[in-house]
Design a protein. Structure first.
Length: 283
């Protein structure tokens, strides 16, 4: 049995994703989303990085982040949170940092799928809830708290974009993809690691958060659980798996019965991440 077959709970599965193909980054129906998101994600990430680097207190804290306890990190996490929602021009979501509101969660973005209708005005959008559990985060890598805060807050931008009408074609493409992804997240079951993390909302939020952390740490920040390799950057600031590049290679060549789908190509390359995750679990 091949490694891909033996580790089905890690790899992406066509059976699940074909139920909501517009919701997943590995499906042909999401190609326009990948194009629209590529530039937007990096542009928004650069904006947040510049705001953080302009704050002397934050840059000083980041330089010693690996020494800070979670309690010492929290005031700075709140500052980053404020900079992030302002940089994205969105309504502030509720931020909860405690050990009991969602006791079984380490981090979470709580949203109500009934708001996913593009009819809201800027004043009436629902912004959702960003949650961090400090006790659970304290057991993770020191940078996990910052990475997850940025990631979960990005979900609020996605969620708010999904509730409004847009005259801009790219914003419409993004909103449509996020609506599909948030809806699939609530309605589908049986997600494996790569299925869940290639939902468009998860794929983009991890890419955004990992890009910001990468720039802030000179691309030395590398947690293999922060999304799939399609949302992670290497030490040179390049995506470990560039889905748009892989999709373009399919689109530019002759399609035959032997041509691998984007999902199949992803699974093949993602074996490295699977092996790294297995090694990390070893005693």
């Amino acid at each position: 049995m091949s490694p891909v077959q033996a580790a089905g709970s890690f790899y992406a599965t066509q059976t699940l994703q074909s139920q909501r193909p517009h919701a997943f980054a590995l499906q042909p129906e999401a190609y326009d989303f990948l194009i629209a998101a590529q530039t937007k994600t990096i542009k928004d990430g650069d904006k947040l990085v510049e705001l953080i680097l302009a704050d002397k207190d934050l840059t000083a804290a980041l330089s010693k982040w690996h020494t800070l306890s979670i309690d010492e990190q929290i005031p700075f996490l709140r500052k980053v949170f404020a900079l992030e929602y302002r940089s994205m021009g969105i309504k502030p979501p509720m931020l909860i940092i405690d050990n009991h509101s969602y006791p079984n969660k380490m981090v979470y973005f709580d949203f109500d799928v009934t708001y996913l209708s593009p009819l809201a005005t800027n004043d009436s959008v629902n912004s959702g809830v960003v949650y961090l559990n400090p006790d659970k985060l304290a057991a993770q890598d020191k940078f996990a708290s910052l990475a997850f805060l940025i990631h979960e807050t990005r979900h609020s931008y996605q969620f708010q974009l999904s509730q409004q009408q847009h005259s801009n074609v790219k914003d419409n493409q993004l909103a449509s993809g996020y609506i599909a992804a948030f809806s699939a997240q609530k309605s589908l079951t049986g997600f494996g690691f790569s299925d869940f993390l290639t939902l468009l909302n998860e794929y983009e939020a991890f890419q955004y958060g990992n890009y910001v952390l990468g720039r802030l740490t000179q691309w030395q920040f590398d947690l293999i659980s922060m999304g799939t390799f399609a949302s992670q950057f290497d030490s040179r600031g390049q995506l470990k798996i560039d889905l748009l590049q892989l999709a373009d290679s399919n689109n530019s060549g002759e399609i035959t019965t032997e041509t691998m789908s984007l999902l199949q190509k992803y699974n093949q390359i993602a074996e490295q991440q699977y092996q790294l995750r297995q090694a990390a679990k070893a005693p």
